[in-house]
Design a protein around this ligand. Structure first.
Ligand code: B12
Length: 352
């Protein structure tokens, strides 16, 4: 099966599907896609031109605070059920000798739906696919690969903060003798972090991955890790010093924003989580030696804060506060400087 050129999807279909997501009506959403299937729409197209972009829009509604987390979760569940309904309606046994692929999310990665869509697209293109789901720890991946010996492991990473763990997964698969196809925005805007981590192949989306594999099967096994900067130990030190740095950030914020002392337990917990994310994105950027990991996170966080009418002063302050304890980490300091400049350039003003 291929992705032939077809007329654009009727915007009314998309609006109707969006409305089913908004009402969390999984029966109506499933009925809509099964109707499209009956009307002759290619299942791959329904997945990639309807379900996936509608789900991206769900993220935008959540990010702009138009939808609560609960609404986002309900809509995501409907998308998952829709993909399941489509999969059940189109399932057929793989042909004898079909290439076998294991699809898994990297350790700590809970965005299972993009990987599930990839799995279904690969299956529709004739591959034998096993979907391992969200958050697969490296040791479990290794034992699974040893037991089942697939031709390829397809690893999904949606957030760059998971890159150090993604690296362990890539290494684990390659040690088991299984080549790796990496994908998802977590591997970088151009997928360059996938190559640095030793992945054999990279594709930015499911159709691209299927095209690539259909062109070049069996997959190559020639990835090579390229992380020479790790010799300076800055990454290892950032991991070791995380608790101390987190404490320093909390103390600094308390000093600067005394109102934080009256925060509820829940507010304290949320602040700790946000500051932890900042440290983890910084650490992941230092791991792959690319400041875009931190700048991307700061830009994203400033937008989220703006949509909730919170000024980004806390972000600036937190980035500044890290320069003291990390003054003898030149590479990390360069990332922090890029982060500050990025915030200023994007107009996320340093105001209180
Ligand atoms: C649903 C969702 C969740 C759900 C996931 C549930 C599930 N079962 O999947 C939950 C609630 C768990 C979640 C949690 C979080 N999320 Co979230 N989430 C989303 C959302 C709304 C949709 C994701 C999705 O399904 N997209 C639809 C897919 C189909 O789109 P796609 O990316 O185009 O898919 C293609 C490619 O990614 C590619 N691909 C993916 N994997 C692979 C693998 C291979 C091998 C290949 C070749 C290709 C490939 O192929 C896909 C199909 O073509 C996105 C918004 C968005 N823009 O996507 C945010 C989003 C990804 N989440 C985000 C965030 C911040 C988080 C949290 C950190 C929030 C928090 N503070 O807790 C946590 C982190 C959880 C974790 N540890 O993983 C941010 C990431 C921002 C960033 N750059 O850092 C986003 C972008 C939201 C936003 N607009 O800000 N999330």
């Amino acid at each position: 099966m291929t992705t032939a050129t077809r007329p654009a999807l009727d915007p009314d279909v998309r609006s109707a599907y969006d409305a089913h997501l908004a009402r969390a009506d999984e029966d109506a959403a499933a009925a809509l896609v099964l109707g499209l299937l009956d009307a002759g729409w290619a299942p791959e197209r329904i997945l990639l031109d309807l379900v996936a972009p509608a789900q991206v829009a769900v993220g935008e509604r959540w990010a702009s605070a138009e939808w609560s987390v609960a609404q986002e979760h309900a809509a995501t569940h409907v998308s998952e059920q829709t993909v399941a309904a489509l999969a059940a309606a189109t399932r057929r046994p793989a042909e004898e000798g079909a290439g076998s692929i294991v699809v898994a999310c990297v350790d700590g990665e809970w965005h299972a739906l993009p990987a599930r869509i990839l799995a279904e697209v690969l299956r529709l293109r004739g591959f034998r696919v096993t979907f391992l789901g969200a958050h697969v720890p490296a040791p479990h991946l290794v034992s699974y690969l040893h037991q089942h010996g697939p031709d390829l492991a397809a690893l999904s990473c949606m957030l760059p903060v998971r890159l150090p763990r993604a690296h362990r997964m890539v290494e684990a698969a390659r040690l088991a003798g299984v080549p790796v196809l990496a994908g998802g925005p977590g591997f970088g805007p151009d997928g360059s972090w996938a190559a640095a981590l030793g992945a054999d192949l990279y594709a930015s989306d499911a159709a691209g991955a299927a095209d690539l594999l259909q062109r070049a099967w069996p997959p190559p096994f020639d990835g090579a890790v390229s992380l020479p900067h790790l010799a300076d130990e800055e990454y290892a030190q950032l991991v070791r010093r995380r608790p101390e740095l987190l404490r320093h950030l909390v103390d600094t914020l308390h000093e600067r924003f005394p109102a934080m002392r009256d925060y509820s337990d829940h507010q304290h917990e949320a602040t700790l989580e946000d500051l932890g994310h900042l440290l983890d994105f910084l650490t992941a950027g230092v791991f792959v030696d690319d400041p875009r990991v931190l700048t991307g996170f700061l830009d994203f966080s400033a937008h989220i804060l703006a949509s909730r009418r919170v000024p980004p002063a806390g972000l600036h302050l937190a980035v500044d506060a890290l320069t003291g304890p990390l003054h003898d980490f030149p590479r990390t300091l360069a990332h922090l400087t890029a982060g500050k400049e990025g915030l200023e350039e994007a107009g996320h003003a340093h105001s209180r």
